[in-house]
Design a protein. Structure first.
Length: 138
């Protein structure tokens, strides 16, 4: 979250913890719309964030073909960006890997390796998002 704060974002957690009940032995976490852990805001932008550790491929699959796909599609329809951010620990500290989602990520038969080619470790934040130009959310 500090990486987003450094980019000027204010962050709120929207993932909920579901406590164990009489029919569920263990608690679990539920993402907003099945795909969002955090909402980050700054003037002119609302950013949806799915955060993970080193399980990048598992989260990618969940968000593009699994249970979170519909939530990602609905979010992208708003014209606001969404990112998948993964973290790994290096000698110099924690380092983020970020992928900016685009509608092409959700097309059946699309190149599932796109996230490897276009995701970068610590990429720059795109310029201020313009609602009329949805290509800025890549």
């Amino acid at each position: 979250m500090s990486w987003l704060r450094e980019q000027g974002y204010t962050i709120g957690t929207v993932e909920r913890y579901i406590h164990p009940g009489s029919f569920v032995a263990h608690g679990h976490r539920r993402d907003l719309f099945g795909c969002i852990d955090l909402i980050a805001i700054r003037p002119g932008r609302v950013l949806a964030v799915q955060s993970t550790g080193t399980d990048w491929a598992g989260h990618w699959q969940k968000l593009t073909v699994g249970s979170g796909r519909d939530g990602v599609a609905r979010w992208l329809e708003t014209g606001q960006p969404m990112i998948l951010i993964g973290w790994r620990k290096l000698k110099a500290g924690w380092r983020p890997r970020v992928h900016w989602f685009a509608e092409e990520d959700l097309v059946e038969g699309s190149d599932s390796r796109r996230h490897r080619r276009e995701s970068e470790w610590v990429p720059p934040i795109p310029p201020a998002f313009k609602i009329s130009d949805s290509t800025n959310c890549k």
